[in-house]
Design a protein. Structure first.
Length: 59
């Protein structure tokens, strides 16, 4: 998976911030950017969020 950093939230940790997913080995761009620009967000609290593709809720 290839990523491109969008912004930085914490200058002490270079991994915090929002990272766009620009390439995935198993899926094409049409899928992983289906609902929104695919991303991984890492917060300074070591928590975060990510989205790619079209997630469906679990029943």
């Amino acid at each position: 998976m290839a990523v491109k950093k969008l912004n930085s939230m914490d200058l002490e940790n270079p991994f915090t911030g929002t990272w766009y997913i620009t390439e995935m080995e198993l899926w094409g761009e049409d899928y992983f950017n289906m609902e929104t620009q695919a991303y991984v967000e890492i917060q300074s609290s070591n928590r975060g969020d990510f989205q790619y593709g079209n997630p469906t809720p679990l029943d």
